[in-house]
Design a binder for this molecule. Structure first.
Ligand SMILES: Cc1cc2nc3c(=O)[nH]c(=O)nc-3n(C[C@H](O)[C@H](O)[C@H](O)COP(=O)(O)OP(=O)(O)OC[C@H]3O[C@@H](n4cnc5c(N)ncnc54)[C@H](O)[C@@H]3O)c2cc1C
Length: 291
């Protein structure tokens, strides 16, 4: 068996904002063959691929049969040799960090607290501070949605950018990647994981569901700006619409404080964009992927 098919399911556990959305049709591939099978079965439908749903906004209360959700969390093999880590797209970054620590491989501590999968991270070029997943990629394998062809891609210099990768422009599902291996010390890696985790818990709202940073960091006249500073200057910290709120703790996040709907979130996003444009003539670009 290569796939599971489900009808009429809740997507609440597949988006970290915990919006109450449902769909008529979802396929969970259990291996790479399953991804190929899923693509063949869904020709003519709109496909939505979800890793952990930690960077998406589901805008519909219900997605009918014309949309097929492809849920990647069961594609989760993870293996290591002296020269590379081979990881399937549905494996979490959290697991990757602890696995590499156990094998005394340095570099992946920054992943531990980013609540996505490897596939989502490659698509978004996830990272923090000076680290991004792109720094570790040897190759990425995708299955193309038009002809179900498996391709191995060795990224060139311009392939990844800030919260961007060329994978975003491809009609393809990421299935596997090879990541680099460099030796580290178990205790040092453990210390780094704990340090990063502590820093993030201090700064980020973890008591309410959210989907990470809503907007990318904006630039004006070549200068990088902080979203939270723009939001503080425009009184957006704590601003609430329905059950969605711009976090009091970290205004870069929208949090679901009380049964938020996607409309609440969209209204907040529009309000934030409008105020920042008016006050600073800065156009905010979404990091969230709108489904
Ligand atoms: C509390 C919190 C903290 C966060 N901190 C950070 C941070 O520090 N740095 C950072 O970069 N991000 C951060 N994020 C955002 C998010 O975790 C990352 O972008 C993550 O990499 C998304 O992975 P995912 O599996 O959840 O992707 P999803 O949200 O499921 O999907 C994101 C996009 O990738 C696509 N996608 C997912 N898997 C595949 C696949 N296999 N093939 C093709 N397309 C795919 C989806 O269709 C969608 O367009 C944070 C989020 C939260 C909730």
């Amino acid at each position: 068996m290569n796939i599971l098919i489900q009808n009429n399911i809740s997507l609440k556990r597949f988006n970290t904002l915990r919006l109450d959305s449902t769909c008529d049709y979802a396929i969970t591939p259990l291996n790479i063959e399953g991804v190929i099978e899923a693509i063949k079965l869904t020709q003519g439908k709109r496909r939505v691929v979800l890793g952990n749903g930690s960077n998406v906004l589901l805008t519909k209360e219900h997605y009918d049969d014309n949309t097929a959700f492809i849920l990647m969390h069961r594609l989760d093999e993870l293996d290591i040799s002296d020269t590379e880590i081979i990881v399937e797209a549905g494996r979490t970054l959290h697991d990757l960090a602890w696995f590499t620590m156990d094998h005394e491989v340095d570099g992946y501590a920054f992943c531990e607290d980013i609540p996505g999968t490897v596939g989502g991270a490659l698509l978004m070029n996830a990272g923090q501070w000076e680290f991004t997943i792109s720094q570790y990629v040897n190759w990425v394998e995708v299955v193309h949605c038009d002809d179900a062809r498996l391709e191995r891609i060795v990224p060139n210099e311009g392939f990844f950018g800030y919260r961007h990768s060329t994978l975003q422009n491809m009609n393809a599902i990421i299935v596997r990647a090879s990541l680099s291996v460099s030796h580290g010390q178990y205790n040092d890696i453990f210390e780094k994981i704990m340090y990063y985790k502590r820093e993030r818990y201090m700064k980020q709202p973890r008591n309410y569901p959210n989907a990470g940073s809503v907007f990318k960091r904006p630039y004006k006249n070549g200068e990088s700006l902080y979203v939270w500073k723009l939001f503080d200057a425009t009184n957006l910290r704590g601003h609430r619409v329905g059950g969605a709120q711009i976090s009091e703790k970290h205004p870069g996040f929208i949090v679901n404080v009380d049964h938020a709907t996607s409309t609440d979130c969209v209204t907040l996003i529009e309000e934030a964009k409008h105020r920042v444009k008016e006050a600073f003539d800065v156009d905010l670009e979404l990091e969230w992927r709108i489904i």
